[in-house]
Write a protein that binds this ligand. Structure first.
Ligand code: FCB
Length: 449
């Protein structure tokens, strides 16, 4: 029996600039925080990644062979404005060519303006804890829109501000590698402000573009049905799932969360008059990234910091994942995906949702030119069934972008985690379609499972 998706459902794949492009000094590109952070920490860098900057035509051909009609990619601010302010026409021209090539192949481009690769020059001015970046981001958004706006209709301002703020400035595991929880909170606010100002700038251009932001969600599981476990789950949930969402919906920051974090710092001085209105620009769709749930437990000592990305959260801890894990150690729980989408549908008052990322890393092997990645096929089958179930139960989900088109640079994990539908040999840059790519192409062709 086929489980069909709604007519016009948007099927796509997703990538991000720093994870695939390479060519980090080509055509006047300036360094981004990921170039400096990886070099300083002795980590693998985004060069050459998938060498996509030079091989984009080949990659678009792959997309077109797969017959997947939408493609979500990000623009690197440091290519378009190497110092964060001054336009580098050669950098813009790359995205201009990419969009044309996609359209020539009948693929609809979806642009994300910020997927974590801040120009290093702006980090030197303080990075996201510096409120001035919100206006600079809006200028950058407008600059890109002036060039691509005649052909691109779907615009995402920022990908996963949670990670940019809390992992970048809170626990320091991501670029720029700063550990300052108070600064992380302010970074989070300024990222939302940047989203709001960029949304206003994009809308000032007129036209019928669709503006979104992409948030990552982790539904919270608890083992024990008692007050202390519910409170532990509440703390994690508010930080992970509502810090960004509630202000976007015009509800401000959850007061309980600000109280949970009062010992870390206060957001009050960072919130200027009018900020919350700017942040709450109506969204056309919400981009949803889902990979795995989290497990919360209470901590006996309420003064001990938790083991979650913003360590300053107290009185709760995150437990190790269970059951079937991906190679990144992420728990596979498709049923949580359905619940998440139903919760979002309700919490966001029926706002249309697009899955902007979902996928899994496993160890893959090329054998006689094939990659039999059954685990990934199963992951996609189960998670697509979970999306389908949410739609059946009333969630307004308009599309699904598989993460990722290509094996790529997985941030602090370098090249050790393969998320691609397409296998990339990082020595030779050879691309091989995995079985999961063929499976996904088939789902897309049938518009169903
Ligand atoms: C998300 C990121 C994406 C990728 C996946 C695995 O948090 O947005 O770039 O790294 O995780």
């Amino acid at each position: 029996m086929t489980r069909g998706f709604p007519a016009g459902f948007r099927w796509g794949t997703a990538t991000a600039a720093y994870q695939i492009e390479g060519s980090t000094t080509a055509d006047g590109r300036g360094p981004s925080i990921w170039d400096t952070f990886t070099a300083r920490s002795g980590l693998a860098t985004g060069d050459p990644a998938c060498d996509h900057y030079r091989r984009y035509r080949e990659d678009v051909r792959l997309l077109s062979e797969l017959g997947v009609p939408y493609y979500r990619f990000s623009v690197a601010w440091s290519r378009v404005m190497p110092d964060g302010r001054t336009v580098e026409p050669r950098g813009l021209a790359f995205y201009d060519r990419l969009v044309d090539t996609l359209l020539d192949h009948g693929i609809t481009p979806m642009v994300t303006l910020y997927h974590w690769d801040l120009p290093e020059a702006l980090q030197a001015e303080g990075g996201w804890p510096n409120r001035a970046l919100a206006d600079l981001f809006a200028d950058y958004a407008l600059t890109v829109h002036k060039v691509l706006g005649d052909r691109v209709r779907q615009w995402t301002t920022i990908n996963e501000p949670f990670c940019a703020a809390f992992i970048g400035y809170g626990n320091g595991d991501h670029a720029p590698g700063i550990r300052n929880e108070g600064a992380a909170l302010v970074a989070g606010h300024n990222l939302l402000l940047a989203h709001g100002k960029a949304t206003q700038a994009l809308r000032s251009e007129g036209g019928d573009q669709e503006v979104s932001i992409v948030l990552n969600f982790a539904p919270v599981l608890t083992d024990v049905d008692d007050a202390s476990h519910h409170e532990a789950a509440r703390k994690f949930d508010f930080l992970h799932n509502r810090f960004f969402l509630d202000p976007l919906l015009g509800r401000g920051y959850p007061p309980e969360l600000l109280a949970d974090l009062a010992h870390v710092g206060t957001l009050e001085p960072a919130i200027a008059d009018g900020d919350l209105e700017i942040i709450a620009q109506p969204l056309d769709v919400l981009g949803v990234n889902y990979y795995a749930p989290a497990r919360a437990v209470p901590l006996d000592d309420p003064e001990t910091d938790s083991n979650c990305p913003l360590p300053g959260l107290r009185g709760m801890d995150v437990q190790p994942p269970r059951g079937e894990l991906t190679s990144l150690g992420w728990e596979q729980r498709p049923e949580c995906f359905t619940e998440l989408l139903l919760w979002l549908h309700e919490h966001c008052g029926g706002l249309p949702l697009v899955i902007a990322e979902n996928g899994a890393a496993f160890e893959d092997e090329v054998v006689e030119g094939r990659v039999h990645d059954e685990k990934r096929v199963r992951y996609f089958a189960e998670h697509l069934a979970a999306v389908h179930a949410a739609i059946e139960r009333g969630a307004d989900v308009r599309g699904y972008m598989a993460w990722s088109l290509l094996d790529n640079f997985e941030w602090a994990m370098g090249y050790t985690q393969r998320f691609g539908l397409v296998h990339v040999d990082f020595e030779t840059q050879e691309r091989v379609l995995k079985d999961s790519a063929l499976f996904y192409a088939d789902v897309v062709a049938r518009n169903g499972l």
